[in-house]
Ligand binder design. Structure first.
Ligand SMILES: Cc1ncc(COP(=O)(O)O)c(C=O)c1O
Length: 361
């Protein structure tokens, strides 16, 4: 089914107000946003309008009962200046895994892709040129019905806005491994990108940030032993040349697009990579034996961020300097070269936005 997208362009672009050399993450919003509304079992009224506020019902069920999910991906410009987006269909797949878990309606591929193509075409001048900068694309969906009572809503809104962003972390991150709070359990919603997962970690995260750490590295919810993920990143550990990342089979961590890309790049480079349980004891033993070579997080916002130090049960453990972390530096370089269109896209990961088709429609 083809979705017709109506366009109302802004009368006053805010582009000139942005300092593209100073782009804090998530603070600036491009000129336009996409909106579609769902009722009577279908997505309707697809439109691109000037970025701005919504008015909402005080009993909006997303606010009271949490039917709210989101995604995140990035557009860059290839060396010829064409907007390219990294693996958008993998984000769509995950979005629809989240909709399924949260009893929300699916987003069809043609709606998703035509909305993104058209929005990014219209705001293509918001894609920054500087290295490590990009246009962050934030699709999200929430229940719009106003009612009091616990039942799945029947009315939803799907929105996409974009933000020009710079690097997320400028230096290696310090993580705190909590033995008290947990993020997810088997059978829960850890694998869904639902808003509640993020609300639930704010208090513990604020606590560790007050102590000087950047993020929490979560342990599993049952044994409090096995590494899970970090804030908005999946976790990788390198012990004695073997790259290890937690497996996805428990349904407690997010199936990161960056994680999957790093797994595939590592395998193609011939590294030994294991997707399996990894306990904090294994990491600490490797540290004491001098075999813990690297720990890093991966995510759309943070790309590949090295962990400089971790804290567990009163002890700080310092990791080797980034200069010595040859494997992860090589994988990061391969990933960022493909994402920016500078290296051959051997996996077919890049989607080139059809600007000519959309720009003037
Ligand atoms: C909890 C969590 N884990 C991992 C990730 C990394 O996923 P991706 O690489 O798709 O950005 C994210 C970011 O989306 C996240 O929020």
């Amino acid at each position: 089914m083809g979705y017709k997208i109506a366009v109302e362009k802004t009368k006053l672009s805010r582009l000139g107000e942005i300092d593209f050399n100073d782009l804090p993450f998530g603070k600036h919003f491009s000129d336009h946003m996409f909106i579609a509304d769902y009722s009577d079992g279908e997505w309707k009224d697809c439109r691109i309008v000037p970025f701005g506020e919504f008015s909402i019902h005080p009993a909006l069920s997303a606010l009271h009962y949490g039917q709210s999910i989101f995604e995140g991906m990035k557009a860059e410009k290839d060396p010829e200046g064409n907007p390219i987006i990294f693996r958008p269909l993998k984000n769509l797949n995950r979005l629809n895994i989240s909709t399924d878990r949260m009893a929300m309606p699916e987003i069809p591929e043609d709606l998703f892709m035509s909305a993104i193509d058209k929005l990014v075409s219209i705001d293509k001048n918001w894609i920054p040129d500087a290295p490590h900068s990009s246009l962050y694309i934030r699709p999200f969906m929430f229940a719009t019905e106003g009612f009091v009572g616990i039942k799945p809503a029947e009315h939803f809104r799907f929105v996409i806005f974009t933000c020009p962003v710079g690097a997320y972390y400028s230096k290696p991150v310090k993580v705190f491994i909590h033995d008290k709070y947990v993020r997810a359990f088997p059978g829960g919603v850890g694998y869904a990108k639902c808003a509640g997962n993020y609300g639930a970690v704010m208090m513990p995260t604020r606590e560790v940030q007050k102590m000087g750490y950047d993020q929490i590295l979560w342990l599993d919810g049952i044994h409090h032993r096995y590494l899970q993920e970090i804030g908005t990143m999946n976790i990788f550990v390198i012990i004695d040349g073997v790259i290890i990342t937690p497996a996805l089979d428990q349904g407690t961590i997010l199936d990161g697009v960056t994680r999957d890309s790093i797994v595939r790049l590592a395998e193609s480079e011939g590294y030994v990579l294991q997707e399996r349980d990894i306990s904090i004891e294994e990491v600490i033993n490797a540290y004491h034996e001098g075999k813990l070579q690297d720990m890093f997080g991966t995510g759309t916002a943070a790309v590949l961020s090295h962990i400089g130090e971790f804290h567990y049960k009163g002890e700080n453990y310092e990791l080797p300097p980034v200069e010595l972390r040859e494997i992860s530096k090589k994988l990061k370089h391969r990933l960022t070269s493909i994402k920016s269109g500078k290296a051959e896209d051997v996996y077919g990961w890049l989607h080139t936005v059809a600007v000519a088709v959309y720009a003037n429609s």
